[in-house]
Design a binder for this molecule. Sequence first.
Ligand code: SF4
Ligand code: ZN
Length: 169
Amino acid sequence: MRLPEWRTRAACRGRLDLDFIDPADEQIDQCRVICTECTVRELCLAEALTTGEAWGIWGGLDADERAAIAAQAGHPAPAIRPTHGTNARYAKHGCRCTSCTHAHAEYERERRARVRARAQGPWARPIVLSKPVRTGGRWASAGQYVLPLLGVPTPGEQATETGRFVSVA
Ligand code: SF4
Ligand SMILES: [Zn+2]
């Protein structure tokens, strides 16, 4: 594939010591410094914006910064990259920022709870609720038969706002 002519003038050309596409955290600032001195910075940024480039430092900006500009200028949003604070960003994109790490821990807690619930078996005996229970934004009324399946707290448990179940005295 032939590269656009401007790339031959890129300040990052030949900088094999720096990974502009997937820079390690400690390299990001070094990349940005090189971009500030680059004569084709605007062309580089424009290409990343028009193609919705999801990775790396282009024109001195990272994907989140480009997403902000893209939203204002009507460019395509950088290709589907989950936002920070999601397990997908943690698991598929390797982000280890505090909010992604937290989201991942939460996800894992819920996944283990689902595994435990499933281990009880889908044919567990139905139970009758002794009092109304809120589950996933809906109320199950007292007297209602429910199966102790995924997403339904057993008696003595109450769903929290995050969807987890906690014991209630
Ligand atoms: S702006 Fe940065 S990433 Fe783009 S060509 Fe220049 S040095 Fe490379
Ligand atoms: Zn993150």
